[in-house]
Design a protein around this ligand. Structure first.
Ligand code: AMP
Length: 189
């Protein structure tokens, strides 16, 4: 299974990606997690990315693509992956197509988890209390939602036009949303 999971911050993408990982027995690859690990490890790349991430902006395409490429070369990704947080703009969507073509591992389907904006803000505020992520501050959240609408929403249209997109309603219990995603993937086959 080679799945691209799309959804705004707070849509439940990360939570569902973990469950899909367990279901399909393929790694959950989150570019946000890869970047946070680089920040925590204090690598030069992490130091460069930190301020950009804290402000809720996108880290440069080159940095994220090279991290992703390196991760996809790990043997555990040979049988597929659940990709979360990538692509975030149209340039990344083309870069991903080119990378997967090179690896001879074309993606099966992109699934978008749809949640209305008011609920997104509410959910992120709840998560901020629990996790204390720097980019869950009100200003950074506003900016991340703006970046999503401006740069990532076109990626949804890109996959839709290519006939590779399935959309699911992201409002409901975690089990309900998972069941919808699995049904959408089955219907895409
Ligand atoms: P996430 O955990 O997916 O919400 O990502 C957290 C932050 O990491 C984002 O707000 C960006 O600053 C950065 N990031 C994650 N994935 C990407 C990406 N594909 N392109 C650029 N920046 C990214």
């Amino acid at each position: 299974m080679r799945l691209v999971l799309l959804g705004a911050p707070g849509s439940g993408k990360g939570t569902q990606a973990t469950r899909l990982r367990d279901h399909f027995k393929v790694p959950h690859i989150s570019t946000g997690d890869l970047l946070r690990a680089a920040v925590a490890a204090g690598t030069p790349l992490g130091l460069k990315a930190k301020a950009v991430m804290d402000a809720g902006c996108l880290v440069s395409d080159d940095i994220v693509l090279s991290m992703l490429e390196e991760r996809l070369h790990h043997p555990d990704a040979d049988n597929g992956f659940i990709l979360d947080g990538y692509p975030r703009n149209l340039a990344q969507a083309s870069a991903l197509d080119a990378l997967l073509a090179r690896l001879e591992q074309p993606m099966d389907v992109a699934v978008q988890i749809d949640v209305n904006p008011e609920l997104l803000v509410e959910r992120i505020a709840g998560r901020a209390k629990l996790e204390g992520r720097a980019d869950d501050s009100p200003d950074a959240v506003r900016h991340r939602l703006h970046v999503y609408a401006d740069q990532t929403a076109p990626v949804v249209d890109y996959y839709r036009e290519l006939g590779r997109l399935r959309c699911v309603d992201g409002v409901g219990s975690m089990d309900e949303v998972l069941a919808r995603i699995l049904a959408a993937i089955a219907a895409a086959k």
